[in-house]
Design a protein around this ligand. Structure first.
Ligand SMILES: Nc1ncnc2c1ncn2[C@@H]1O[C@H](COP(=O)(O)OP(=O)(O)OP(=O)(O)O)[C@@H](O)[C@H]1O
Ligand SMILES: [Mg+2]
Length: 456
């Protein structure tokens, strides 16, 4: 006996006798069968869930099966449509032709043997499974091919990706350096997701966003009563990352005290939670990132030399965007696609002149700044083509507008302000003081904007 793959089947027929008989036979085969007595009934069910196979009668009171199939072909993307088998008493050639065109896989001329349906169902379900698997493999491969969203065709970026891939195979400590917005966090994620520990946690700690006094307990945890306010025992990030990776972002901001403790974890793979008597051991890969020159900091006595060497086992240096300008066109294309998808605003292309302008720019904020520029352009442009004009006009919006701005321009400015604040807060992990510093404005100004835009 061939084993049957279990499928979910929607059976639509107004005749109860037929429905019962076919339903029984299909269930006997192990399938899950849901019955509908009319097209309307079927439509309602289709809104709630999906099916592998659809067995539908054509002639029914109200809407016909064919009408339902037309509707499905218009509203459901091909990849998500079920397999459809149609039952007819007297199908005209024209009907059959249209049905096949709309993706119906087969016909059953009434009256038919139940075994025919069983065989068809078996084939159809198998087909769905194979297709799903194929789609899954494609998306896996795309993710691989795209390096988890990391785009870059320059030689420098290819080397970064190759190195990240290589180090992913080991458990070595990785130090990622690069200016702000060059993609350090993305590379860190790539390393983790390509490693054998990919199913274990990747825990991120933004060392800059946590006050020095709290960082130690954040990293190593504490026991109840370890200090005033420690009312509960808390596990630290290292303990949470056990078995996986810990991403220490902005490592250059670590105070000397925490540096010493971190060095110990890297050397001995163990630590003590604050106030604990017992030592805890961990098996964790450390990925650190910084936009500062740690070597320089070592020379200035602001970063412990031993820790620097322990971190810098495998260095990955991401060059600034202005030193790999051949990445700009692919990045632009990538971000346009990303933000048209996100905003639902259709943009057909970016014209050549615009690409040239973007390619010539210095991008002190690197890829992040480029992405923000594209996102803004996508949102604010009125046409379907991003032109140099639309991009450069937008660039001047952050400068104070002279005279009375039109209401549209004012809206644009407000949007940019709100976005900038939202992002800065995000980046600062919600700490207002840090967010204000990131934007180069006073805390007072930030409070004003928060109130203005009602940001909590
Ligand atoms: N090569 C790339 N391909 C696609 N997107 C990228 C690439 N590099 C950076 N980005 C995008 O740019 C933004 C900044 O990247 P990321 O946060 O990794 O930078 P970073 O180096 O950690 O910056 P910072 O030092 O400010 O923390 C993100 O939105 C990321 O998606
Ligand atoms: Mg970062």
């Amino acid at each position: 006996m061939t084993s049957t793959m279990r499928g979910s089947i929607l059976l639509v027929d107004d005749e109860e006798k037929i429905r019962k008989r076919l339903g029984l036979a299909l269930r006997d085969e192990g399938h899950e069968v849901v019955e509908a007595t009319s097209v309307r009934d079927a439509q309602r069910l289709l809104l709630q869930r999906s099916f592998d196979l659809f067995v539908v009668d054509n002639m029914m009171p109200g809407m016909t099966g064919m009408e339902l199939i037309r509707e499905i072909s218009q509203t459901t993307p091909a990849a998500e449509r079920p397999q459809i088998v149609m039952m007819t008493a007297h199908g005209s050639t024209q009907l059959v032709r249209e049905a096949f065109k709309l993706g119906v896989v087969d016909f059953l001329e009434k009256p038919f043997e139940v075994d025919e349906l069983i065989a068809l169902a078996r084939r159809a379900v198998k087909q769905v499974r194979t297709e799903t698997e194929r789609q899954y493999l494609i998306s896996e491969r795309d993710a691989e091919f795209n390096h988890y969203g990391l785009v870059g065709r320059s030689r420098a970026m290819q080397e970064v990706i190759a190195r990240a891939d290589l180090v992913a195979q080991t458990k070595s400590t990785v130090l990622i350096t690069g200016e702000t917005g060059t993609g350090k966090e993305m590379v860190a994620r790539l390393v983790h997701h390509r490693s054998a520990q990919r199913d274990m946690p990747l825990i991120k700690v933004n060392c800059a966003a946590i006050p020095e006094t709290l960082l130690e307990s954040e990293l190593f945890g504490h026991v109840r009563g370890a200090f005033t306010g420690a009312t509960m025992t808390k596990r630290g990030k290292f303990a949470l990352a056990d078995g996986g990776s810990i991403f220490l972002d902005e490592i250059g901001t670590l105070g000397i005290g925490v540096q010493a403790k971190l060095l110990r974890v890297l050397q001995e793979r163990e630590f003590e939670p604050l106030g604990a008597e017992r030592t805890q051991s961990v098996d964790v890969r450390v990925i650190a990132a910084t936009n500062r020159d740690l070597k320089q900091m070592v020379a200035e006595g602001r970063f412990q030399e031993d820790l620097y060497y322990r971190l810098n086992v495998i260095p990955i240096e991401i060059p600034p965007l202005r030193e790999r300008r051949d990445d700009i066109p692919v990045l632009v294309e990538h971000f346009v696609a990303k933000h048209t998808l996100r905003t639902g605003k259709p943009i057909d292309r970016v014209d050549d002149e615009a690409v040239q302008v973007l390619q010539r720019n210095e991008w002190p904020g690197n890829v992040r700044e480029l992405e923000n520029t594209i996102e803004r352009a996508v949102v604010l442009t009125t046409g379907r083509i991003l032109t140099a004009a639309s991009i450069s006009t937008i660039g001047t919006i952050s400068a104070p507008a002279s005279g009375l701005p039109s209401s549209r321009l004012r809206q644009n400015i407000e949007w940019v302000e709100r976005e900038t604040i939202r992002r800065a807060l995000d980046q600062a992990g919600g700490v207002k003081k840090d967010a204000a510093e990131l934007m180069g404005i006073s805390q007072r100004a930030l409070s004003y904007y928060l109130a203005k835009y009602r940001i909590a």
